[in-house]
Design a protein around this ligand. Sequence first.
Ligand SMILES: C[C@](O)(C(=O)O)[C@H](CC(=O)O)C(=O)O
Length: 524
Amino acid sequence: MPKLNISLEEEQRHFEADVAAIEKQWSSPRQAHLKRPYTAQTIAALRSSIDTTNPVSSSQAIKLWNLLHEHRKNGTTELTFGTTDPTVVTQMAKHCETVYVSGALCGFSEVSVPGMDACDYPWDTVPKVVSKISKSQQWHDQRQRQFRLRHSQKDRANLENWDYLAPIVADGDMGFGSLTSTMKMAKEFVDSGVAMIHLDDLAIGMKKFTIGQGRTVVPTSEYIDRLTAVRMQFDIMGSETLLLTRCDTDHSEFITSVIDERDHEYVQGATKSVEPLKECLAKAQANGEDLKAARNDWKSRAVLRTFDEAVKDVASDSEYDVYITEVRKTQFRSLTSRREIAAKTVKQPVFFDWDIPRSAMGQYFFKSCVKAIIERALAVAPLGDVTWARMDTPNWDDIVEFHTAVRKVHPDRLFAFGYTGDYDFGKAGFSPEQVKTLHLDMAKMGIVWQVQPIWSLQGLLMATDDFGKLWASEAIGGYVREVQTPALAKTPIADGFEKLSWCGGYLLDSFYETVAGEKIVEKQ
Ligand SMILES: C[C@](O)(C(=O)O)[C@H](CC(=O)O)C(=O)O
């Protein structure tokens, strides 16, 4: 292998030029709001000597950044939905300005072994889907342009001219492991051409929906480290790719560790001296008892409380007032500090043990609330570009409280929102009239990117079911009447093979023409 032919002075010059370029990029209007815990020198030294910026990801990110800011300025919002299918994306281009690649959908349709969304698919699953969609967008852009340029300037005025290059937003879940897998995932995303990815605070494998038991977050510090790892990877690549800091704290029941005192306020402990939950459940299992009932019985005996609630239970009203006033003098207090204050302000001893309720997997009980979500969102805001508090149910008061509080600190913040699962708006207290204008009301709070992530699971399934029924009963007669005729009558035409443009027929022909020098297809 030959030695690198570069003098020490030249190497140093390159390094310093890199540092200067990084500092310039970090102070640009696109990046000036970001705060990194590392320096441009550190990043420059982590780069390889070849430029690894991905032009698609960076230009799509800037396009998205400008689009979202335009919405924020106007109090409007981008509305999109999730898919994994490039053909679907071509039709989205007529109505949406962005595309969403959903992890949940990938887990059903883009893996060798499908399953419910537990984010347990390989870490490069979603980047591969983004890459497929991005290449398809580029191809449609190319074949549309080629078709247009076959025509005179005047004739082009009557031809379709869609923006197929809608920026792609994709699901990075929790990063799929520790720092290095998160970095590898971020790298694959950038190389796939993604415009923005979201990363959340869930523990790996602990996104649980069905039995509603066990959804687990990581400590705030680990959430910050994850996002820092992504930001660092983007910086190493010199990428403009946007980072959407998603917070899944809502309805989470557990936290993996109590290492970060910022989380202590929300950790629950037993306030009665009972046997550890783990032992109780092991005994119940050995005796063939109903585990859910045993757990509920244990909970009623253990009386789970946060430390502040435990103090409130034993203190007089005036004692509690003194206690909580003292606690609130500092934003974050460790359990040790809370115990010290309680010892000074409350006569009764406070029994509180957060180890007794720990699960067999070691998790601690966690009491989620809007305040906890706000604190996490604020802790990570400087690392990201957009904020999303994922909510299991559409609770309007919570939505308003969250966005108002974050906007107080970051008035220009961009927000995202997902109409997760199938929200029951009626049950959540919304009138049909309120649902109609919900997206606009949210836009006024800075929620500039709104997504129905899993449209396929209702919309596409329903359309396929309806068509399957028609085809089975009426075959080609039904097809011609219900699909082909209306598709061709549509303006603009619902593309397909009929017009050679959508399927790239003219582009293909022009490759042959260019190589063989023959004019195979007449200009239209
Ligand atoms: C957005 C989401 O992460 C997804 O994978 O699409 C899911 C969607 C859903 O469960 O409806 C989510 O966690 O909200």
